[in-house]
Design a protein around this ligand. Structure first.
Ligand SMILES: NC(=O)c1ccc[n+]([C@@H]2O[C@H](COP(=O)([O-])OP(=O)(O)OC[C@H]3O[C@@H](n4cnc5c(N)ncnc54)[C@H](O)[C@@H]3O)[C@@H](O)[C@H]2O)c1
Ligand SMILES: [Zn+2]
Ligand SMILES: [Zn+2]
Length: 431
């Protein structure tokens, strides 16, 4: 990594640093100013995702020391050189994306930025920004790594411009942190990776932030049956509120057998939103003819799951991996925010606590115990009041309606969009 920036251009922030040996602490840090093509964002809120917990548990090979956090929202505070065509300005509200796609690799050019090779080969595994360097260092000059190009467990972050997605200002900015991972990942897995059609039968194994977002995505897609599976009764109750038609308590019954009882022919789509090997195998085993298992939850590095290739081929089934909901972040995130404002996506119910940034360790411990749902870490930074006339990026209720009809209205099995009946009130949540 590059030498640390000169103190004159550096700035003090607080951030949550993980060091080898499960050593997690909030400390004072130095944040260098944004470089070419980068933007500085004051974090308003960061969500605590199970992926942060995988890192704390040492289940993935992440370069350390690292400033944790990859789900977040905030306000643009400074722009680096060469950002004139980014469409961003100081004061903009943004959702942070943990796949800050390069826009020029073959995957980005093919319209699949969630598979960006620069992110997969440099930003994510090396814990740096595009140029191979970090903007983060400790107070005594030690270089620190970025986590997934974000590091949102901090007062401020520097990210590539493609990692800061401008959103409308009339949305609840702290809650929008969830759009940056849980919602984009879960809704995207249903809409983009799987392409769930109206009437399809769907099961979602795991009802944390990601799984409940799959449930909401399936509801928005018009799925005919949405079976939520978890081991915690409260989470199953919430899944029902958010659109599940049936629930299965996997602590009490064999979920594959219970799914067979509910849907004897097997499911069209099963989302593994946990990533335990057992749940991945359950997702494949519960499929019906032509079904697709979508692997969203992530196991420890090096894990392998078993399936019967003969049965898979003969039943014309598919196993799909889904990274970041296969989202096109600049297209999908503003639309998902419109859906939050329009009442189609319930983010608030998925937030079990708001706590100060310094409680990151406690929040991770609660997630580890399985008690918490999504917890927001609040930095204390408050966005400035805005002029309602200038609130929108996409934004107004009619924009939400347009977004709904274009992106989230149920698709028919042929892939065309089924439009909502006239008279439908986009400001009311779906039943
Ligand atoms: N693919 C991606 O792009 C992507 C993005 C974000 C998160 N993830 C991964 O998704 C997974 C879920 O993340 P999260 O933040 O929603 O986690 P979470 O801890 O909030 O939720 C996991 C849920 O699974 C339930 N559960 C645990 N064991 C179970 C079992 N045997 N059967 C049924 N339910 C069980 C828990 O009660 C909990 O509700 C994690 O592995 C995370 O790393 C993947
Ligand atoms: Zn996440
Ligand atoms: Zn790319």
């Amino acid at each position: 990594m590059s030498p640390i920036p000169s103190p004159a251009s550096a700035d003090r922030i607080r951030g949550v640093v993980l060091r080898p040996g499960n050593d997690l602490a909030m400390t004072d840090l130095v944040l260098a100013p944004p470089g070419s093509g980068e933007v500085e964002v004051a974090v308003v809120a960061a969500g605590v995702c199970h992926s942060d917990l995988h890192v704390v548990r040492g289940e993935w090979d992440v370069p350390m020391p690292v400033v944790l956090g990859h789900e977040g929202s905030g306000v643009v505070t400074a722009l680096g050189p060469d950002t004139g065509d980014s469409g961003l300005a100081v004061g903009d509200h943004v959702v942070l994306s943990w796949v800050p796609a390069c826009g020029t690799c073959r995957y980005c050019l093919a319209g699949r930025p969630a598979a960006c090779s620069l992110v997969a080969e440099v930003v994510a595994p090396k814990g740096v920004l595009y140029d191979g360097t970090s903007r983060l260092s400790s107070a005594d000059g030690e270089q620190l790594h970025h986590y997934l190009g974000v590091s949102s467990f901090a007062d401020r972050v520097v990210v590539p411009v493609s990692g800061a997605i401008k959103v409308r200002k009339d949305a609840p900015l702290d809650a929008l942190a969830l759009v940056g991972c849980a919602i984009a990942t879960g809704v995207g897995a249903v809409r983009n990776t799987a392409g769930v059609e109206a009437g399809a039968t769907v099961a979602v194994i795991g009802c944390g932030g990601v799984g409940l977002s799959c449930v909401q995505g399936a509801r928005l897609s018009g799925a005919g049956r949405i079976v939520a599976v978890d081991v915690v009764a409260d989470k199953l109750d919430l899944a029902r509120t958010l659109g599940a038609t049936d629930t299965i308590d996997a602590s009490a019954v064999d979920p594959v057998a219970a799914l067979r009882t509910l849907v004897p022919e097997g499911l069209d789509y099963v989302f593994d939103a946990i990533g335990k090997i057992a749940t991945t195998e359950q997702a494949i085993a519960a499929l019906g003819q032509g079904g697709a298992a979508v692997i969203v939850g992530l196991p420890p590095t090096g894990s392998t799951a078993r399936f019967d290739p003969l049965a898979l081929a003969e039943a014309d089934q598919r196993i799909l991996g889904s990274n970041y909901g296969s989202v096109v972040a600049h297209r999908d995130i503003p639309i998902l925010v419109d859906l939050v404002v329009g009442g189609f996506l319930d983010v608030e119910s998925m937030i079990s606590a708001r706590r100060p940034l310094e409680e990151a360790g406690d929040a991770l411990a609660e997630l580890n115990e399985g008690r918490a749902l999504r917890q927001l870490l609040i930095t204390g930074y408050r966005p400035a009041p805005y002029d309602p006339a200038e609130a929108g990026v996409a934004g107004s209720d009619s924009a939400a309606y347009e977004a709904y009809t274009a992106y989230v209205a149920p698709r028919s099995a042929s892939g065309s969009t089924t439009h909502t009946p006239s008279g439908y009130d986009p400001t009311k949540r779906e039943g």
